[in-house]
Ligand binder design. Sequence first.
Ligand code: NAP
Length: 269
Amino acid sequence: MRQLRGKNALLTGASRGLGPYLARTLAAEGVNLALSATRLESIQELAASLEQEGVKATPLTADFTVAPDVASLAERAEEALQGIDILVNNAGIESEGLFMEQDPDTIIRTVRVNCTAPMRLTHLLLPAMVRRGEGHIVNMSSIAGKRGAPYDAIYSGTKAALIEWGNALRMELADTGVFVSTICPGYVTEVGMFARFGIDPPRLIGSCTPQQVAAATVRAIKLQQPEVIVNSRPLRPLLAFGQLFPTVADRMLRAAGIPAFQKRKVGRG
Ligand SMILES: NC(=O)c1ccc[n+]([C@@H]2O[C@H](COP(=O)([O-])OP(=O)(O)OC[C@H]3O[C@@H](n4cnc5c(N)ncnc54)[C@H](OP(=O)(O)O)[C@@H]3O)[C@@H](O)[C@H]2O)c1
């Protein structure tokens, strides 16, 4: 989708962290936005400021742990903007901790928000995109989905699921005019779920800024990029090596102090 001006997008997780950066970057391209989060107050101001910049922006609430909320969000977004061309599945929650100590509700909630909601929203919005012969689904995954992060096992599993669901779906949709992109940010600085821990990202892995993630997302839509890793250091060779030699990769990551870093991050170090 080279030309974004006048297109309509549903952006989930718009209230904080990466959300407002994604919203402003899409709006700067002339994209009208349906913005979702769990509380109206958290997205009203953003919507108003985007409207002042000349795009339509509608705040919509939905709690992704509640199935009917997800279904009605798709409907309300289509109604508000008269159709959705782009779906950015950005909302996500982390569920850090020692896996065997986590309560079952944490597993269920994390899967609902990080996997079920993106799949369900896509399922609901896709038919109209295919009918129009144009559309784009963006899934906000993570490098934790490329290589699981210890003490963040549930989160890592959901982010990996997004990547392979997206890969499968993109191939199913070939020749329909609808494309699927996956964005895999590294540790994001300044705002969001990692920045809130208030610790520096591990030097070996590197980091990225929210502006870089937002710019990469718009680029992925315009250039139809299947998967984008957003990070200050090139990680793809390392990740590919890990696929080929998982035992060696585990040892290397341990030697580089990644499990210890993750443990510190969740306050167990
Ligand atoms: N920050 C990072 O370092 C990083 C790195 C890699 C990937 N990512 C991914 O980037 C995405 C955004 O992360 P972030 O750092 O911006 O997170 P964040 O600051 O924690 O914001 C999370 C967003 O998701 C929404 N959300 C949470 N629970 C929800 C629920 N039950 N129903 C509906 N919406 C819900 C929140 O809305 P409310 O305000 O209403 O709760 C909020 O808008 C996530 O998918 C995350 O996995 C982040």
